[in-house]
Design a protein around this ligand. Structure first.
Ligand SMILES: [Zn+2]
Length: 323
């Protein structure tokens, strides 16, 4: 039998060329690299698994823990997925990211990958005037998409959106996008690392060569339309015992709430795990009346499905994700 308890996770960090240093200096991520572009806060993906930091499973990567504990810790609502479905990251874009797109499940499975990639961004912080690309400004024919890639005029037809703290962008697979410079986001996504880069502003990678582009794949998977969703959370702030919560987005893969917590009781039922990602403030996770884990800015906790009731006490803002 798996032992069920809340687990603090250590993130896998990525030093991509566009990253800054805030995830280390402000969000407590540990990395010896110069830049911390991304920290994978809840990840069972082979390209960057998180590591359990406490208790019986201390030192195991998340996939190793899942093998040991069994998939019941995902929750019964995850039984329809071939593997653990969610990957959660913090992303510090000091410089802008490439213009890119991700495939859907069907395209990914044809390549032997379990998941495509639909993702959601919560803008944690951004510089005044920061912006990002979110799909096309208007629908265009495929021939025009192709010719604009070739003559480097793609940006002229993209939907450029100003970014503000608290904005939510829901990016279904096939939606072209690029995070702009000066934006720090929390990303909740399907557990996939399939990215098709279309345009990289002519910059060079760490090896001094342009980073690889994936034009043929992008032509296959990109939806050539303007996205219909706004940049607002799906729900309104709602007073709940011991705090306030706001539904940010819900889809068939994940449901994400922003929780402003003073003293909240939660329950992880058999249906789904909980993921708690602390974005500001500090709090204690209480088990049997005592502090079991400390939750700080940039901290990530995984609660296995079926764990039952637990309490978070303090004063913090956290993203709560479940399936
Ligand atoms: Zn993306």
């Amino acid at each position: 039998m798996a032992e069920l308890y809340p687990m603090a996770l250590r993130a896998a960090c990525k030093d991509y060329i566009w990253g800054g240093t805030r995830l280390r200096t402000e969000y407590g991520q540990q990395s010896s690299a110069d830049k911390v572009a991304e920290s994978w806060m809840l990840s069972s993906h082979p390209d960057g698994p998180s590591v359990v930091m406490n208790g019986k499973y201390k030192g195991l990567t998340l996939p190793e823990y899942f093998t040991e504990a069994g998939h019941s810790v995902f929750g019964t609502d995850c039984a329809r997925f071939p593997d653990f479905p969610v990957l959660i990251k913090l992303i510090d874009a000091k410089e802008r990211l490439s213009i890119q797109v991700h495939p859907d499940d069907a395209y990914a499975r044809a390549l032997g990958e379990p998941f495509g990639k639909t993702e959601m961004w919560y803008v944690v912080d951004c510089k005044p005037g920061a912006s990002l690309y979110y799909g096309f400004d208007h629908a265009i024919p495929k021939e025009e998409f192709q010719s604009r890639i070739q003559d480097n005029t793609l940006e002229e037809v993209l939907n450029k959106v100003p970014a503000h703290r608290g904005d939510v962008f829901f990016i279904t697979a096939g939606t072209l996008h690029a995070i702009g410079a000066g934006i720090l986001i929390a990303e909740i996504q399907q557990s996939s690392n399939l990215t098709y880069r279309i345009y990289d502003y002519g910059r060079l990678g760490k090896d001094g060569k342009p980073r690889e582009l994936h034009i043929a794949q992008a032509l296959d998977v990109t939806r050539l339309v303007r996205p219909t969703r706004s940049s607002q959370p799906q729900g309104r702030p709602e007073a709940v015992p011991g705090g306030t919560r706001t539904l940010l987005a819900s889809c068939n893969i994940f449901t994400v709430y922003k929780e402003n917590i003073l003293n909240r009781e939660f329950q992880a039922g058999k249906e789904s795990f909980h993921s708690v990602l602390c974005l500001s403030g500090e709090a204690s996770l209480i088990r049997d009346g005592k502090e079991f884990l400390r939750l700080r800015k940039g901290g990530s906790i995984f609660i296995p499905a079926g764990y039952g009731k637990y309490r978070i006490q303090g004063n913090c803002t956290a993203l709560m994700t479940e399936v």
